[in-house]
Design a protein. Structure first.
Length: 685
């Protein structure tokens, strides 16, 4: 007994489970904390990068604004009449005034590049041309030309020049140039929102410093680091790169090239400043997470130890409960264990009670393992499915499931595995192969650890209920369909009768007669269980309404055929109207008059098979075509043709009216094979 107990305790050791639980909880919590910390650090880094990006934009804007200001001044000077007229003596006084505003000498070149005028002092270095002369000549709207900085190794004072064209008659005649010292531009960095640890610079297209926020005097005119030179000469107008500054600091840089000057602005942020948030986060995540984990695991171990020992005493009580023995006494240190003992005692009583219920239930109660095999089978299941318990236990449940429902059953088993209950109505198979309708209540079965080990099923036979429901639904559909058709017919008769009636009394008489004719058709349909009506009987029924001596007044011939419900109603209405007219004006209005009706099969248009019905009156008064037509004429000619998808002809022959109806044989019903009755198109008005 000791060895099994040790194995049992090892499998369900509370300390291991609590430690595992705490570990499982800590892992996502620590992961979430780390993710949040790294997200925060990344956000801080992005803020720094955004500020760096904004700073380089500010630097570019400040330098563009200054160069733009100088360009504006030069463009204004280029409009001087004295300059345009070549009167440099008069232009000099104007130029001297401008020099004070732009803080740099003015020089005028001709289109060949020869110097024509200058305000520089004798000790000033000769000016460089900002741009080649040739591209400017002949271009009235040539943009400002801005040069790079003169190399430091070729001059003591590096300079930058700005040139604009002087136009006469929309042609360039001179080049006006201003020469400035780049050192005057270094003061612009103060307004660029730079951090104290950041470094900013502006370089020309060759990668030479035009201005720098730190060590400016020693840097102007000198070549920048290769990485910055590549950025200045490259195709990209903006971007990022890493390098080491002149001060030897590893930095991360943002750069932007000016469209106005072609110069490249750069802002360098020390890499240690960029990476500082991440380093802080790494420290906090590593040491903070370690401290939290160790503390949590230590507390969990202590609490689990205090719980596990008393709980182990429950094993003996569990064995006694399963075997049906009285529960043993055991010492405990946890108040809840007393409640567990009481629950065990109640559970023992309930188990016995439930076992009796399962055995005596009229429903099939069974259980299925996760492998799909039957584990238990009560007497109700034996009666419902026909299998004895020893025949089915251990066999696949698929034995009682139709093939087309196997996937549905597997899906239900998956739901039970996930802990869900399923209630449904479906089909199952008996041992003899017959199908039965059942309602199922499926629920997961768990073991003492809470793990799902199978699925319980309660099956109730609902075959008779399903059949009754199906029959009721069929009757309701039929009743609804027939009621709608009947109401449509009555509505059409009422509306058309009103239109042709001379008075209320006339309407009442005509409408009552037509209702009587419709009732005659319905009597025939009822005698055939509302499946169809004999055409021969339909004709006789409607003639008999107006003539009691039907044998002497009616002659009919043709094959025995049956027409569908709607067709019977429509043809009946037409026959009623024909008989009514015959009584008033035709053969039935005289004692010797007779009605001849014959029908036969014939081919219709479009290779359709059809039935031709001919109504012919004889022995009546001479026939003339009526001057006015009413509802009866609409019924016997247009309505019956539309409703039956056929055609009607009326021949007002002097010897008697001839009415011919042709309609497709698809409206006929074979009572020996058709069930439920064939439906035809509803009556239309």
């Amino acid at each position: 007994m000791n060895q099994p107990n040790r194995l049992w305790n090892r499998d369900f050791d509370i300390r291991t489970r609590v430690i595992s639980l705490i570990s499982v909880l800590l892992i996502p919590l620590l992961a979430l904390s780390g993710w949040l910390a790294y997200s925060y650090a990344d956000a801080e880094r992005r803020v720094i990068e955004t500020k760096r990006y904004d700073a380089v934009n500010n630097v570019t804007f400040l330098f563009d604004r200054e160069i733009g200001r100088l360009q504006g001044v030069l463009n204004g000077v280029a409009l001087s009449p004295a300059l345009i007229g070549g009167d440099f003596e008069n232009f000099r006084s104007h130029a001297q005034t401008i020099v004070a505003a732009i803080n740099g000498p003015l020089t005028v070149f001709d289109t060949a590049g020869r110097e024509l005028f200058s305000t520089r002092q004798p000790n000033d270095p000769p000016p460089q041309r900002a741009v080649p002369v040739a591209p400017i000549v002949g271009q009235a709207n040539y943009p400002v030309g801005v040069s790079g900085v003169t190399p430091r190794d070729t001059t003591d004072t590096p300079t930058v020049t700005i040139a604009v064209p002087v136009l006469r008659d929309n042609k360039t005649i001179y080049i006006l140039q201003n020469t400035i010292e780049p050192s005057r531009l270094s003061g612009l960095f103060a307004d660029a929102d730079l951090q104290p640890t950041w470094t900013s610079a502006v370089v020309d297209g060759q990668g030479r410093f035009i201005a720098r926020s730190k060590n400016s005097d020693a840097s102007i005119g000198a070549l920048a680091r290769p990485e910055l030179g590549i950025a200045a000469r490259g195709p990209a107008s903006a971007g990022e790169f890493n390098n080491v500054t002149l001060e030897g600091i590893q930095s991360s840089n943002s750069f932007r090239r000016s469209k106005l000057t072609g110069w490249t602005s750069v802002v360098a942020v020390p890499a240690v400043e960029i990476n500082a948030p991440l380093r802080r986060t790494q420290f906090l995540v590593l040491f903070g997470g370690l401290a939290i984990s160790l503390t949590s695991l230590a507390v969990a171990w202590r609490m689990a130890t205090r719980i596990s020992e008393p709980v182990r005493k429950l094993s003996e009580a569990s064995v006694a409960l399963v075997e049906g023995r009285p529960l043993p006494e055991f010492p405990h240190q946890i108040t809840e264990l007393t409640e567990v003992r009481v629950a065990f005692e109640h559970a023992g009583a309930k188990l016995a009670h439930l076992a009796a219920i399962v055995a005596s239930s009229g429903d099939a109660i069974l259980s299925v393992g996760l492998d799909g095999n039957v584990m238990s089978w009560n007497p109700g299941a034996e009666r419902l499915f026909g299998y004895k318990a020893d025949e089915i236990i251990g066999q696949p449940k698929a034995l009682i499931i139709p093939d087309d429902l196997l996937k549905q059953a597997m899906d239900q088993l998956k739901l039970a595995r996930s802990g869900e209950r399923v209630r449904t109505e479906t089909q199952r198979l008996r041992k003899d192969g017959t199908s039965i309708e059942v309602s199922l209540d499926l629920a997961p079965i768990g073991d003492k650890n809470g793990s799902i080990i199978g699925m319980s099923t309660i099956a109730h036979d609902i075959t008779e209920k399903k059949a009754a429901d199906k029959h009721q639904h069929f009757l309701m559909r039929e009743l609804t369909h027939r009621s709608k058709n009947l109401l449509a017919v009555i509505d059409a008769m009422a509306r058309q009768t009103v239109r042709s009636a001379d008075s209320l009394a006339d309407f009442e008489k005509r409408f009552s007669s037509r209702i009587q004719g419709l009732a005659a058709s319905h009597d025939l349909l009822v005698s055939q269980n509302w499946a169809a009506a004999s055409l021969r009987e339909l004709i006789s029924k409607h003639i008999q309404i107006f003539s009691g001596d039907i044998h002497s007044r009616l002659e009919s011939s043709g094959p025995d055929v049956y027409v569908g419900v709607e067709a019977a109603q429509t043809i009946g209405l037409a026959l009623h109207e024909l008989a009514t007219n015959s009584v008033k004006y035709g053969a039935l209005s005289r004692p010797g008059g007779k009605i001849h009706v014959h029908w036969s099969f014939e081919n219709m248009s479009g290779d359709r098979k059809g039935l031709c019905v001919v109504w012919q009156e004889r022995g009546g008064p001479p026939v003339t075509k009526p001057a006015r037509t009413g509802f009866g004429h609409i019924v016997i000619e247009r309505m019956v043709a539309q409703s039956l998808s056929g055609d009607v002809t009326l021949n007002y022959a002097p010897g008697g009216l001839i009415w011919t109806l042709r309609f497709p044989t698809s409206l006929l019903v074979d009572l020996s094979t058709t069930s439920p009755p064939h439906r035809t198109p509803a009556l239309t008005t």
